[in-house]
Design a protein around this ligand. Structure first.
Ligand code: G3H
Ligand code: 13P
Ligand code: ZN
Length: 342
């Protein structure tokens, strides 16, 4: 079993100055694609499930899919993470389910849409940190809000992270990782043209990293929305309007300035959809789901491998032995929330 806490995984990434992709899963093919990519590139990896994913797949199915991943790929260090937990209750249930990391997204109220205020965010995040660290589980918080609306995550309002507030937030909550808002949004429609440094506020990352050099920063909405994937969808009957994502080179800039976790979901969705559309078009008489899910899985694996290489996590799978949750709990108790693991 190579189940690892996200804290250890990110501390190792900080030591090695690389980033780690956190890829969203809802089903078997996504889990397999990510794990095959991790095996191929020898990468540690974060697999994350949103509330929507837990509802879609059912908690027990999802957990056992992830557990199967740790059995089938024992050489890969994998952290299981709750993406965008909307309340302490959601985080508690994820911890009970066996996740090794949770995100308390207190930047929004528990409807996952309405922007919250700073004091609310500090209060709920601190509550989750107390609960999670007692169990050795890692906590990611978020300050500032992303743009765009995707299912149950996002207000549609952009509110960039204030570096002064970030310092106070980390001090008062004790989070292990901090998601910052720099102008990205979830989903395929992030930018109407290639984003420059005005639109994508990379300077915020640099400033926060200078003020909080030991806090692991997280970039949400980090799909690059590659044109070639959009083109395949459109070529085979889809309709994705012209759009831009976050260029990989900007993510690499972020990684130079303390970004350790990079959230990617949309790029896998695009890859799978294009492959399925193509398979349907190429042989309309086929009706065996394996006929179209196999190329979908392969297309997702290809994207994930490319990101793992670009983020620098490739080759680091076997660098360390996972510290058990119980030992992590002792470390938090003895060293406080801002311990160093690696
Ligand atoms: O946070 C956004 C992720 O892409 C998950 O999206 O809520 O549709 O599962 P979802
Ligand atoms: P994308 O929609 O850019 O893939 O972002 C995913 C994400 O941030 C999940 O939390
Ligand atoms: Zn997100």
């Amino acid at each position: 079993m190579a189940l690892v806490t996200m804290r250890q995984l990110l501390d190792e990434a900080a030591g090695g100055e690389y980033g780690v992709g956190a890829f969203n899963v809802n089903n078997l093919e996504q889990v397999q694609a990510i794990m095959d990519a991790a095996r191929e590139t020898e990468s540690p990896v974060i697999i994350q499930a949103s509330r929507g994913a837990r509802k879609y797949a059912n908690d027990r199915f999802l957990y056992h899919l992830m557990e199967a991943a740790t059995e089938v790929y024992p050489e890969i260090s994998v952290a299981l993470h709750q993406d965008h937990g909307n309340s302490p209750e959601t985080c508690r249930s994820a911890i009970e389910l066996g996740f090794t990391s949770v995100m308390m997204d207190g930047s929004l109220m528990d409807d996952g849409k309405t922007p919250s205020d700073f004091e609310y965010n500090v209060r709920v995040t601190r509550e989750v940190v107390e609960m999670a660290h007692e169990a050795g589980v890692t906590v990611e918080g978020e300050l500032g809000t992303l743009g765009g609306i995707e299912d149950d995550v996002g207000s549609g309002e952009v509110n960039l992270t204030d570096p002064d507030q970030a310092v106070e937030f980390v001090e008062r909550t004790g989070v292990d990782a901090l998601a910052v808002a720099i102008g990205t949004s979830h989903g395929a429609y992030k930018f109407t043209k290639e984003p420059d440094r005005e639109v994508l506020a990379m300077h915020i990352i640099e400033e926060i990293n200078q003020r909080l050099p030991t806090t692991h920063l997280v970039m949400h909405g980090s799909s690059s929305v590659p044109k070639e994937l959009v083109d395949i969808i459109n070529e085979y009957g889809g309709k994705i309007d012209p759009t831009w994502g976050v260029p990989v080179r900007e993510i690499q800039e972020g990684i130079k300035h303390g970004v350790r976790k990079v959230n990617v979901d949309t790029d896998l969705r695009l890859a799978a959809t294009g492959a399925i559309r193509k398979a349907f078009a190429e042989d309309p008489s086929e009706f065996d789901p394996r006929y179209y899910l196999k190329p979908a899985r392969a297309a997702m694996q290809e994207v994930v491998e490319a990101r793992m290489v670009a983020f620098g996590q490739a080759g680091h799978a076997k660098d360390y032995d996972p510290i058990p949750l119980a030992d992590m709990a002792i470390r938090y108790r003895e060293q406080g929330h801002s311990l160093t693991v690696s």
